[in-house]
Design a binder for this molecule. Sequence first.
Ligand code: BGC
Length: 479
Amino acid sequence: MTQGFSRAPGVEGPLAEVVEAGRRRVWRWAAVIAVGGFLFGYDTGVVSGALLFFKHDFRLTGFQQGSVVSVLLLGAMAGALATGRIADRLGRRRTLGIEGVVFLVGTAIVVSSQDYAMILVGRLVLGLAVGGASAIVPVYLSEISPPSIRGRILTLNQLLITVGILIAYGVNLAFSASGDWRGMFAIGAIPALVLAGGALWLPESPAWQLAHGQADRARALICSVSGEARADELIERYRARTRAEGEAGARGQGRPILLTPRVRAAMIVGLSLAVLQQFGGINTIIYYAPTIIEETGLTASNAILYAVAIGAINFIMTIVAIRLVDRVGRRPLLLISLAGMLVTLVLLGLSFVIGLGAGLSLLFMVLYIAAFAVGLGPVFWALIGEIFPGPARADGSSASTAVNWASNFTVSLVFLPVVDAIGQGETFWILALICAVGLAFVARYVPETRDREFEQVDAELQARFGRRAKPTGTTVGVS
Ligand code: BGC
């Protein structure tokens, strides 16, 4: 049961004040943590514009150009994999701060690059930071949020990813007249500084503090958000659960925790959604929109402008998702999103195969982005912060995030060759088929997490996989 936050704002009395003040505090922390999401968006988005200029400076071949873009995805995979361990050992706050510093180092290398090798190394370092941040941000956000607003807080991450992409496109446009690609990358140092500096001010996650024998600190933090009664209740519940876990021998028993039967269902859901989020084809549009739009017969400069429009729709529909995610829940958003992507991909394919014209192709592309942004985009990142039990949360998020980057890399690599081999429209139909399989998977296996404590999420997860739930882990949020 959720008691910490009243869902009826305006309730009078001292508790309501704690609730309101606590809620504002959580939003302020979340805004800083989610700068990690902004950098994810910015550093993946900025390269498309910068590439047009540094490829001439360094006389890059086609392969070299592709490698500067995609080496970031490989770095991100490694960064995501490493982060779970680091975040469990050092804490969420320090890990995020370190990632801010790595962002700065990567940016400095790229901005001062004198040749292909150096820019490649810089992008690899940036990738480590992007991947690390993308794995830890959902965990950190989840652990500082009360269940009643957790969906919105987690969706903030995706919102800032889309803002990062949009600002990157804007910066590309602004700097394109001068061709100053170093300037384009250098802007990324500002949010990186905010992240590194912000980590000095942020509180540590109470779930991590509890797991590391710092119950007093965790209690003080939960009190500042939800009041004393709720803090006592949560800490008591945590202790009871840890005792039960000890008696049942529910931890890893010598095995890595992600391989234990208790975590299996969450792993299947996390990894499958990671694959689905990328194989649904989102980045074929986000990364290649100008190329695809040119195919429809529009000029290149118009194509860049339409790419900005696609970025804007992505951002606007993510705001819609924020408004809906705690009201209608994660499952309905995912199902509507996948159904929308399926239909628009079929139509997009059709528009190329039978030649419906540039206008309609563009319309279907925009509707496809809207469908992704309202569900599969934000909800994947929210769920990986919510479905894993406390002891496996950082590792589980790391593994899911790494698989997401690996899938992103694969799709980005094979998309254009597949288009060359079988055609644009037919390729979109393959993506549609993947969305259909995804729809069936979500309907059957993905649990609802809206306004639920971890135990309830776990019980539904186990039931969907035909197992009975046993007590394990810490609560998802602080309230
Ligand atoms: C995906 C990214 C994608 C972005 C677009 C994220 O949720 O993980 O790969 O580029 O959404 O908004």
